[in-house]
Design a binder for this molecule. Sequence first.
Ligand code: HSE
Length: 440
Amino acid sequence: MKPIQVGLLGIGTVGSGTFNVLKRNQEEIKRRAGRGIEVTMVAARNLDKARKVVGADIVVVDDPFAVVNHPEIDIVVEVMGGTTLAKDLVMQAIAQGKHVVTANKALLAEHGNEVFAAAQAKGVMVAFEGAVAVSIPIIKALREGLSGNHIEWVAGIINGTTNFILTQMRDKGQSFGEALRQAQDLGYAEADPTFDIEGFDAAHKATILSAIAFGIPVQFEKAYVEGITKLQAVDIAYAFNLGYRIKLLGIAKRTTEGVELRVHPTLIPAKRLLANVDGSMNGIMVKSDAAGITMYYGAGAGSEQTGSAVIADIVDVTRLHTADPAHRVPHLAFQPDALSDLPVLPMNEVVTSYYLRLRVADQAGVLANVTGLLAQAGISIDAVLQREADEVGGEGSTQTDVIILTHDTREGTMNGVLAQMQALPTVLAPIVRIRKEELA
Ligand code: HSE
């Protein structure tokens, strides 16, 4: 049988990883797919650079639409990134009846509903294993492996750059800037690293995970997003001493009122496997009713690591493209006419526990005032740590740090209490609030 023809849009970090692994493992991949897989066209901005990667036998063009519109191309692999030109190309590929494989989490989190509807109407596949936690087959695990379960929550370290930065700061004492530069040199970071450090990359991925876990449309615009740029080393250290690690988590949780979809720095107990996912590695925990807690671990970024996921999708498409579209795995795991309208909850409605750090005057009654406000709001305290003033502010200091861990409460309730606490004359600096998840 004639090999399936693949057109690559982009031959940067991900495109070259995909190309190289496909070439290196072509015989083994063919044995799995049942048919050869050939990259026959590549679109690139820099033709000379592209040629150096793919050699002389493959057509290299600078017009990506030439790939998308080419009648011989069966699968368009979009690994160029972005949400404007990439979207036009993906929509045009679908319109041309081509299957699409993409690693573009931003595109799917922001425009996935439109892309999947178009693909559904045209009877083509849009596969996206490379969009989330690359080397971990989490899309396959959620859409297929756990399809008998009622999934309760998904919580993951799904951005390698920020996990690398937090690990380097904690273990090597590196500054935020040094660690970020190193992550960029190693190829983990997005072209614009603010996507990583401000949490948007993780939020794109969490949005996709929420959709396939609960069968809801992708709703990135409703995600709560907070990155790691405001984290202070002192809180990482206090959390450590209290038996917690701070990780940037992407959380999708189903409650009876709706879905929580949020990304923020989070204290997690040091004894959880997830707390020990360090460096650029990703880890995802899934809680479902029948399987219980399952955990997935692997590289979350990298050239061949992403290539691995992209090729798995190409193999899936090769195996399934002749199947009746109604018998393929639905794009969002649930049949398109069976998606749920469970709302994504506003952050005020989210229920979680908290780490609070207050810089206070070292006077009688201060702690009682603070804990009194929590009690009035019905917020139960899990632990309190008051530091010696001398240790915090030096010899003779009249200020100290009070750290409070709370039990679960509504974010809106906590916001109200924080405003009251902040107004106390004995609270001397902006209160630090970091959310906490037990992941039990
Ligand atoms: N910038 C991303 C990360 C790359 O650091 O995880 C993979 O999406």
